[in-house]
Design a protein around this ligand. Structure first.
Ligand SMILES: [Mg+2]
Length: 278
C-alpha cells in the first residue's frame, strides 16, 4: 500500500507531491507495442483491427472496472484466446526494448532536474499512476526518471485506481501538505480534490489566454467523459502548461507559506488559474 522507496528511506514527509505519468510527465511506448502486435497478427494470420479492438476493450473497462482496464496482458490474452491466436512476442519484453531505445517522450524539458529541485526543497516526489507497475516502472527506469523520484504508487499496488480516494491516500501517507498533478479532470483533478489534495492540471495545450480557460476546461471535461462535473470538485488549484512554472511556485514561496494548507490558492493560483478554483 505504500510507495516503493529508491535510495534513502525518508521519514514521514510533511510535503508530498504526486505526478500522474502518462500525458503528464511522459508519453510512453506502449501504444507502439500494440501497433506491433496488431501488424504482426495481420501479417501472419490476416487478423484485422487487433489494436483497435484491444483499445475498445480497454475503454469499455474504464467505465466498468478501472483496475482491470490497465491489465493489458489480460485484455490482450483474453482477446487472442477468442481468436484462437497466440501473441507473437512478449508484451513486456517489447515494451522494455522500446524504452531502452529511447522511445519514451519526456514532455517537459529538464524534468529530472525540476523534480530534483522539488526534492531539494523538501518535497517527497512520487509518480501516482493507474498504469500497472510492470508497465510503468521499466519505462520510468529506462527514461532516467526513476532515479529522479522517491517512489511510485500504482493502481495494482493499492487495488484501486484513480479517482478512488485510497490511491491518493497511499501516496499522501499522512503528509500535511499534499499536491497532485495530472492531465485528466476525471481521474486527477476530481479524484485529487475529493481526497483533499491541492490539484494541478498540467497539460501542454492549456490556452495562454486566461479568458479561454473556462471553455477549454468545459471541453476537456466533456472529452474525458465528465460533461457536467461538480464545480467544487472539478476545479484545479492551478492550471498550467509548464512543469517549470509549477516547480517555481512550489520552491520559491517561504516554507511557512508552503505549509499553509488553509490558503492553498495563495500558493498555486496565478493569472491563469481556473476561475472559481478553490
Ligand atoms: Mg494521464
Amino acid at each position: 500500500m505504500t510507495a516503493t522507496d529508491h535510495g534513502s528511506t525518508p521519514t514521514t514527509a510533511e510535503r508530498v507531491i504526486s505526478f500522474d505519468l502518462d500525458g503528464t510527465l511522459i508519453n510512453g511506448p506502449f501504444a507502439r507495442v500494440l501497433t506491433d502486435l496488431s501488424e504482426e497478427l495481420a501479417r501472419r494470420h490476416q487478423a484485422d483491427g487487433v489494436k483497435r479492438e484491444i483499445i475498445r476493450r480497454h475503454e469499455r473497462l474504464l467505465g466498468t472496472d478501472l483496475l482491470a482496464a490497465y491489465d493489458w496482458q489480460s485484455i490482450v490474452s483474453d482477446y487472442l484466446d477468442e481468436l484462437g491466436l497466440v501473441a507473437p512476442f512478449d508484451l513486456l519484453e517489447r515494451l522494455d526494448q522500446y524504452a531502452v531505445e529511447g522511445a519514451t517522450t519526456i514532455l517537459h524539458d529538464g524534468t529530472a532536474d525540476l523534480l530534483g529541485a522539488l526534492r531539494s526543497a523538501g518535497w517527497r516526489v512520487l509518480v501516482l499512476t493507474n498504469g500497472w507497475r510492470r508497465y510503468q516502472e521499466p519505462v520510468l527506469r529506462r527514461s532516467g526518471l526513476l532515479a529522479a523520484i522517491d517512489g511510485i504508487v500504482t493502481s495494482d499496488d493499492v487495488g484501486e485506481a484513480k479517482p478512488a480516494e485510497s490511491i491518493f491516500a497511499a501516496a499522501r501517507a499522512g503528509a500535511t501538505d499534499y499536491v497532485h498533478v495530472g492531465d485528466r479532470i476525471d481521474h486527477d483533478v476530481i479524484g485529487g480534490n475529493a481526497a483533499g489534495a491541492r490539484t494541478v492540471l498540467l497539460r501542454p495545450d492549456i490556452p495562454a489566454d486566461p479568458a479561454e480557460l473556462p471553455a477549454y476546461l468545459a471541453r476537456l471535461a466533456t472529452a474525458q467523459g465528465v460533461p457536467n462535473p461538480d464545480p467544487s470538485l472539478a476545479s484545479p488549484d492551478l492550471v498550467t502548461s509548464s512543469l517549470s512554472d509549477l516547480v517555481d511556485r512550489l520552491t520559491h514561496p517561504s516554507p511557512a507559506d508552503l505549509s499553509e494548507l488553509s490558503s492553498p490558492l495563495g500558493q498555486l493560483s496565478s493569472d491563469n488559474s481556473a476561475p472559481g478554483a478553490r
